[in-house]
Ligand binder design. Sequence first.
Ligand code: CA
Length: 230
Amino acid sequence: MAKIMVVEDEQALALLLKYNLEKDGHEVLIVEKGNRVVAEVERWCPQLILLDWMLPELSGVEILKIIRTKPDIKNIPVIMLTAKGQEEDKIKGLNAGADDYVTKPFSVPELMARVKTNLRRAPEVMTIREICFEDIRMDLVAKKVFRGENYVHLGPTEFRLLKLLMETPGKVFSREYLLKTVWGDNIYVESRTVDVHIRRLRKALNAFGADYIRTVRANGYAIDCQPILE
Ligand code: CA
């Protein structure tokens, strides 16, 4: 019995899948919008993802590529669901990191069989329990941050921002990218909001040590130990 995420914007199909998966004893979460998927995967930690190719906002292949770059979720098996039957699309999907590929329309028993196979074949999903950078330690299970021995109190947005920065130290993330991945589809958020939350994050972290968050003028933010050049 597993946690299975169904990413599908056709509601009738999503509900049909949910019904059948639940009948097999699985726990199911439906996500309809492409740009919510990565955040929901990180939050809910499914053991398998059924991912539709054609989605509003962000396509299944784009989502898959992002998932495969993120250390804590990259090993989750993904079955792509698609109306595209072309061989080249299948290859594109598999190249992007899909574990399996099912063409619509499919029979429900066949898909359930694939689910079973992929769950069994799935390697023990390697869950990363913590990420560290210098003296900053993020406990991803307890969702707590420490600097040395000190507990750093962060809000949920600051936590997600810090996690993203710490996953790839030295990499500069643009405000647009941060908005898209940390805030998702909240269209009311302006890029200035990123600066506000970075300021909060800095304040909380720097109470216990040096400032490792680097502001890159007109570009964005990174975490590293380089001297600050502006
Ligand atoms: Ca679709």
